[in-house]
Design a protein around this ligand. Structure first.
Ligand code: PLP
Length: 351
């Protein structure tokens, strides 16, 4: 729907790209990289094909070796752990804080070994993880921090955007993200010129001038997606403001119910609006009967995926959250027409 509203603008950009005949690594990608790094507040942005690849590429740029460990959270898209595994490193997956659903600071410290190289906090559902505590741990143990910002484009901490606080920020532009393109896309933000140069080489097979010195991967954002992202980026703050407005209205309207609501924060971007309820599956079914489609992010912790279980520590809070969460509709385009109906349905079902 976001795309339909901007259709004529997008068509114009697309036809310009088609006329240019340049589809890979041209002006559009460079332009979007400049605009996105400016928006996030970093020196550099390297556009890639996905957030999964962005994680893999950051770890490759750090010359991670087999046996090196990377600590991340047990409640996230499996992609966060897959990106680590694809780099050759070993994920160490730890529990979340009950209230914020982001990585638990004490669990990070408990998970550190002599092999730990990096921490990947995830700014889940549009809420920033506790970056000041994480950066303090990173400094103490000399670790790299890669912020997974796939659900938090534009979220802030003390006026700084997420993705500009750690050593790297990694983003997804999958269509449903707060900034999404009609296809796959991703980006890495960093203030390091040296790492940005390495990443630029590694995303393009590892080409350095015209030879390969380190084998990279093929993970490029294409020109068509970059052109569309440049059209959408100036609207991101307006989309996020709308998400916050609906979050605030939900919180006001659902106050009295026996459910756990997210807090209101002007710094959050509400990629999902997640409530916790008893009898989650029954509640979802009844909402669907009233034509309110909900999601769950996530109904599995990473420990519930056969390929990831072996990397997981005890995930007590993550399991509890995964059993009680419901994501209510928060896409501004849907809510504009149906917000009151959705609230009425929720009140009827939960009482
Ligand atoms: C969507 C998402 C990813 C994966 O992004 P892709 O671009 O699909 O690879 C990674 N981490 C989180 C937290 C996500 O929400």
């Amino acid at each position: 729907m976001r795309f339909q509203k901007l259709e004529s603008r997008l068509n114009k950009s697309l036809s310009e790209v088609v006329k240019s005949g340049q589809f890979i690594l041209g002006n559009q990608v460079e332009k979007f990289e400049r605009e996105f790094s400016k928006y996030i507040g970093t020196q550099h942005c390297v556009a890639v094909n996905s957030c999964t690849d962005a994680i893999t590429l950051c770890l490759k740029a750090l010359s991670i070796n087999p046996g090196d460990e990377v600590i991340t959270t047990g409640l996230t898209a499996p992609a966060t752990a897959i990106g680590i595994i694809n780099s050759g490193a070993t994920p160490v997956i730890v529990d979340i804080e009950d209230r914020t659903h982001c990585i638990d600071i004490k669990a990070i410290e408990a998970g550190i070994t002599k092999n730990t190289k990096a921490i990947i906090p995830v700014h889940l559902h549009g809420f920033a993880a506790d970056m000041s505590a994480i950066m303090e741990i990173a400094e103490k143990y000399n670790l790299i921090v890669i912020e997974d910002c796939a659900q938090a484009h534009g979220a802030t901490i003390n006026e700084k955007k997420v993705g500009s606080i750690g050593h790297f920020g990694v983003f997804s532009f999958y269509p449903t993200k707060n900034l999404g393109c009609p296809g796959d896309g991703g980006a890495i933000t960093t203030n390091s010129s040296e790492w940005a140069a390495k990443l630029t080489s590694l995303r393009n097979y590892g080409f350095d001038e015209n030879e390969i010195t380190v084998a990279g991967i093929n993970s490029r954002l294409d020109e068509l997606q970059a052109a569309i992202l440049s059209e959408l980026l100036p609207h991101l703050d307006e989309y996020n403001t709308k998400r916050r407005m609906y979050a605030q209205r939900y919180i006001g309207a659902l106050q009295q119910l026996d459910i756990e609501l997210p807090v209101y924060s002007k710094d959050a971007v509400y990629h999902q609006f997640v409530i916790k309820v008893n009898n989650r599956n029954i509640v979802r079914k009844k909402l669907l009967e009233r034509r309110v489609a909900t999601g769950v992010h996530y109904d599995k912790t990473l420990a519930d995926h056969p390929a990831l279980a072996e990397y997981c520590k005890e995930l007590k809070n993550a399991h509890e959250a995964a059993n009680s969460m419901i994501s209510l509709p928060i896409q501004p385009e849907i809510l504009d027409q149906h917000f009151e109906q959705i609230v009425t349905a929720i009140k009827a079902v939960i009482n």
